[in-house]
Design a protein around this ligand. Structure first.
Ligand code: ZN
Length: 484
C-alpha cells in the first residue's frame, strides 16, 4: 500500500510504526462560524482513510481537534456579548450535528484547546527549559525558529528566504520576526488562564502538538489536514513537537486539496462560502460526498451547480442499478441459489488496487461505473438464465455496498434515494406524480383507441415539462429527463 507523503513529496510504502496500529491526527475546525464545504472535504477525506485502513486490518486511532479558543472566536463572541467558550461550545454542537447529517463518522478523540490548557502550559514550559522558546516581558511566549535548524522541511522553505516579505516591525519582546507565539498574554476582555507567564491563552499551533502528545503519543503515523495548513501551521507543529521530543513527529503527512467555488477561491471576503448546512438543504448527503471525492483527495474540487447536477446524475444511475438488481431478484424465484462470486471478487481486487494506491477514490469510482454498466448488461443478457443472473447479481450487490460504504456512500436504501431525488425534481418543475400517472393512463387509452396524435401530444407535453416516458412489455414508466 502506498501513500503520498508531503514531506518527501513522493508516494511511499505505507509501513506504520507499530505493525497494524495506526495513529492518525487531522487538524479540525476553528469553530467561529458554520462549517463550510471545505471542512466537509477534509472531514470526509480522513473519515474515508480511517474506514479504508480499518478494512485493510489496521487498528486506527484517530484524533481531530476543535480549536475553541482563538482571535476570531473571541471577536465573534464579543460581538454577540457572550462568553467565548460558551459560544464555541454551541458552535461545536452545531458542527457535530451537521457532520452527523453528512454521514461523517466521528473520530475516536475530539480534543478541544480549552480542555488541554494544562498540557499546553507543560509543553511550552519544557520548550523554554530546552532553549527552544522564550517568554517576553509582556507575558507572551515565542518559539525561536532559528533554534530549530530543520524548520521549513515540510514546506521546503528556507527560514532566511522567509524573511523577505515578512513584516519586520515585530511585536514587542519578539526576538526574530520569524518567531511565532506559543502563548499569548491576555488582552482586556479576553478569556484567559493562569500560567507561569501570567494570564493568557495558547497560540493556535501549540494545541495540536500538545493534543497529539496526549492522545496519540510522541510519534504518530499519519498527520493530515488541508493543503492550506502546510505553512505555517504544520511547519510549526513539527518544530514544536520535534524540538520537545527529539524524535520525528509524523511519519506520513497527508494533505487534502482545497475547494474553489465557481472557479474562485472560497473566502469570507468574496462572500462565496458554501456552508455544509446549505449544501445539505439542496443535495443528498451522498451526492455531496461523491462530488467531493470523485477526484483524488489531493485535487482541488471546483464546486458549482453543474458539478452537483452531474454528481446527482451519477448517484442516481448507481442507485437505479442497485434497485434494478432488487427488482430482478424479487421478480424471479431465487431459492437454492449458489452465489457465483467471480465478479464480486474481481471488483474487490480492483477496489483494493485503487485504494492501495494513495487512496485513489477517482479510480475506485471509475471501477464502479464499469461494474454498474456490466450489471445492466447482465440483467439484459438474453443468453443467461434468470438463475445465472441472480447468482452473479446478489453477491455483486453485496460487495458493491460493502466496499463503497468505505467511501461513505450506499448507506441509503436504493428505492428511497431514487424516490427522494425524483420528488425533488418534480418539485422544481411543479408537476406531481399523480398528474404524470394520469397522463400516462390517458395516453394508454388514446393508443387503445388508435388516437396516436393524442398519444404523441401527451408524450411531447410531458417531455417538454422534463419527464421522459419509457414503454416496455410491463407498461409505461417515467423518469426525470435531467437525471438521465
Ligand atoms: Zn493542527
Amino acid at each position: 500500500m502506498k501513500v503520498h507523503n508531503s514531506m518527501s513529496k513522493t508516494k511511499e510504502e505505507f509501513e506504520p510504526i507499530n505493525g497494524k496500529d495506526v495513529n492518525m491526527y487531522a487538524c479540525g475546525i476553528t469553530v467561529y462560524d458554520d462549517c463550510h464545504i471545505g471542512h466537509a472535504k477534509q472531514a470526509i477525506t480522513f473519515d474515508i482513510i480511517k474506514r479504508y485502513l480499518t478494512y485493510r486490518g489496521y487498528n486506527v486511532k484517530y484524533a481531530r481537534n476543535f480549536t475553541d479558543v482563538d482571535d476570531k472566536i473571541i471577536a465573534r463572541a464579543n460581538q454577540l456579548g457572550i462568553n467565548a467558550l460558551e459560544y464555541s461550545k454551541e458552535r461545536i454542537v452545531e458542527v457535530e450535528r451537521v457532520m452527523d447529517l453528512l454521514g461523517v463518522k466521528r473520530p475516536d478523540f475530539e480534543p478541544k484547546a480549552s480542555e488541554n490548557i494544562e498540557n499546553i502550559i507543560d509543553f511550552v514550559s519544557k520548550l523554554i527549559e530546552k532553549g527552544y522558546a522564550y517568554p517576553s516581558s509582556r507575558g507572551d511566549v515565542y518559539f525561536s525558529v532559528k533554534s530549530y535548524p530543520e524548520y521549513g522541511k515540510l514546506s521546503k522553505r528556507n527560514p532566511d528566504d522567509m524573511l523577505n516579505g515578512v513584516r519586520k516591525d515585530v511585536e514587542e519582546g519578539k526576538k526574530d520576526p520569524l518567531d511565532f507565539a506559543l502563548w499569548k498574554s491576555a488582552k482586556e476582555g479576553e478569556i484567559s488562564w493562569d500560567s507561569p507567564w501570567g494570564k493568557g491563552r495558547p497560540g493556535w499551533h501549540i494545541e495540536c502538538s500538545a493534543m497529539n502528545l496526549r492522545y496519540l503519543g510522541e510519534q504518530i503515523d499519519i498527520h493530515g489536514g488541508g493543503k492550506d495548513l502546510i505553512f505555517p501551521h504544520h511547519e510549526n507543529e513539527i518544530a514544536q513537537t520535534e524540538a520537545l521530543t527529539g524524535k520525528r513527529f509524523a511519519k506520513y503527512w497527508i494533505h487534502n486539496g482545497l475547494i474553489t467555488i465557481n472557479g474562485q477561491k472560497m473566502s469570507k471576503s468574496l462572500g462565496n462560502s458554501l456552508t455544509v448546512k446549505d449544501a445539505l438543504a439542496k443535495y443528498d448527503k451522498e451526492v455531496i460526498k461523491y462530488m467531493l471525492m470523485q477526484k483524488h483527495y489531493g485535487s482541488t474540487v471546483d464546486v458549482n451547480d453543474e458539478e452537483f447536477l452531474l454528481a446527482e446524475k451519477h448517484m442516481y444511475y448507481f442507485y437505479k442499478t442497485l434497485a434494478e438488481i432488487n427488482k430482478f431478484v424479487n421478480s424471479n424465484n431465487t431459492n437454492n441459489i449458489v452465489p457465483e462470486l467471480s465478479l464480486a471478487n474481481e471488483l474487490e481486487q480492483k477496489f483494493i488496487e485503487a485504494m492501495d494506491d494513495d487512496f485513489n477514490t477517482a479510480q475506485a469510482y471509475a471501477n464502479l461505473f464499469d461494474v454498474m454498466k456490466n450489471i445492466n448488461l447482465i440483467i439484459a443478457d438474453k443468453k443467461k438464465s434468470a438463475d445465472q443472473k441472480v447468482q452473479l447479481l446478489i453477491p455483486l450487490k453485496e460487495k458493491i455496498i460493502g466496499l463503497y460504504n468505505i467511501l461513505s456512500i450506499f448507506e441509503e436504501i436504493p428505492e428511497e434515494f431514487i424516490s427522494n431525488l425524483k420528488k425533488k425534481y418534480l418539485n422544481n418543475i411543479s408537476i406531481s406524480e399523480e398528474e404524470i400517472n394520469s397522463k400516462i393512463e390517458q395516453r394508454r387509452l388514446a393508443k387503445e383507441q388508435k388516437d396516436y396524435t393524442k398519444a404523441d401530444e401527451i408524450r411531447n407535453s410531458l417531455d417538454e415539462a422534463g419527464i421522459s416516458l419509457l414503454d416496455s412489455k410491463e407498461g409505461t414508466t417515467w423518469d426525470i429527463k435531467e437525471l438521465l
